[in-house]
Design a protein around this ligand. Structure first.
Ligand SMILES: *[C@@H]1O[C@H](CO)[C@@H](O)[C@H](O)[C@H]1NC(C)=O
Ligand SMILES: *[C@@H]1O[C@H](CO)[C@@H](O)[C@H](O)[C@H]1NC(C)=O
Ligand SMILES: *[C@@H]1O[C@H](CO)[C@@H](O)[C@H](O)[C@H]1NC(C)=O
Length: 322
């Protein structure tokens, strides 16, 4: 079974490579605004994070611009790493928070280059949590688009035209009631975690590819076109943590590496950009309560790097270069 998968990926890759290397997807990485000690990243910590990320990608993804003074603190790192681009998250939970986010964009976007921004994502799993209706999210996306048209970068270029989209769980996008958010967005990111689907290590890659492809189909139908940027906002596997109440076994570094090689590399070979979750382990992250009622520390073990920036497993697809 696994050999069949690997062989077909290999053949697919060869045929994509002979047509155009640009058909291969690009890897990115999610970076939390707090470091391994649980404190907010300062400018030095952001610089180190970007340097470590640049070992395997030119794209990072973040969650909020005002929390932890994220946008203010990342300015020096972005201005000295001109190859690095950010999928920049804007948090939306309530109006006061959203206003603080808009203030941070207005205040600090003028200090960086427009070229440092890959896109701006309004909300991260806001629909999944029920924070916003799809109509309210659509209106916040429009609000950020109009705010950007009034901001210029450090070289005097307008931020008008920078893509504004959103990120949510794959099952949210498969649910047709969320179409208004898709219609308002310039792009959609899809989150999919086989571990939280209670998939075994054996089946995690099948589950990942299946879930993402279901979301791609639904998003294209809601948008009415296949000419629309869809990527994976978060995926990956934990490399430790306790067993869940439902009996879901903890995963290991080998299992996470398998998800990368078999699942994430398959999506990349299909031409889908994938942002892995996440850069570094977060040993102080609060315990998560899973849908099965488990109190679990697995959320602390999701880094591709450990707390000392040792890479746990290779992020190069073994079928070739990504
Ligand atoms: C689809 O989303 C709506 C609105 O959030 C929700 O009420 C409904 O239960 C969802 N349906 C499924 C099948 O998840
Ligand atoms: C998960 O990884 C462990 C070793 O780290 C291995 O013993 C086990 O077979 C793996 N599970 C699967 C299904 O590959
Ligand atoms: C494995 O994943 C596939 C694809 O999502 C799914 O259809 C199947 O039910 C999964 N198998 C198990 C045992 O959960």
């Amino acid at each position: 079974m696994q050999y069949t998968t690997i062989t077909s990926i290999f053949l697919l890759t060869i045929s994509l490579l002979t047509q155009s290397t640009s058909a291969i997807g690009t890897l990115g990485i999610n970076v939390a605004s707090s470091g391994v000690d649980g404190n907010c990243r300062d400018s030095d910590s952001w610089s180190e994070a970007l340097e470590k990320a640049s070992a395997f990608t030119n794209y990072i993804k973040t969650y909020a611009v005002s929390d932890c003074n994220m946008l203010e603190n990342i300015v020096p790192a972005l201005n000295s790493n001109t190859n690095m681009k950010v999928w920049m998250g804007v948090w939306e939970v309530d109006e006061a928070h959203f206003d603080a986010e808009k203030d941070a964009l207005t205040t600090y976007l003028p200090s960086i280059s427009k070229d440092s921004i890959a896109g701006i994502s309004v909300g991260s799993e806001a629909l999944y949590r029920g924070d916003l209706t799809p109509q309210a999210l659509a209106s916040k996306i429009s609000e950020i688009k109009s705010l950007l048209s009034d901001i210029t970068d450090k070289d005097g270029n307008s931020y008008s035209g920078v893509s504004v989209g959103t990120v949510d769980s794959w099952n949210i996008w498969v649910n047709g009631t969320n179409a208004p958010a898709i219609q308002a967005a310039d792009y959609i990111m899809v989150n999919a975690f086989p571990f939280w689907q209670y998939q075994t290590a054996n089946n995690q890659s099948h589950s990942l590819v299946d879930d993402v492809m279901q979301a791609v189909k639904a998003i294209q139908e809601a948008k009415g076109t296949d000419d629309f940027y869809i990527s994976v906002g978060e995926t990956g596997a934990p490399t430790g943590g306790n067993e869940l109440t439902s009996g879901q076994a903890p995963l290991t570094v080998d299992n996470a590496s398998d998800l990368f090689q078999e699942g994430i590399c398959t999506l990349l070979a299909y031409g889908i950009d994938v942002n892995i979750f996440e850069l570094q382990d977060e040993p102080t992250k609060p315990l998560a309560t899973a849908d099965d009622g488990s109190s679990s520390d697995v959320e602390r073990h999701w880094g591709v790097y450990d707390t000392d920036y040792n890479l746990k497993y290779s992020l190069t697809c073994s079928y070739g270069s990504n």
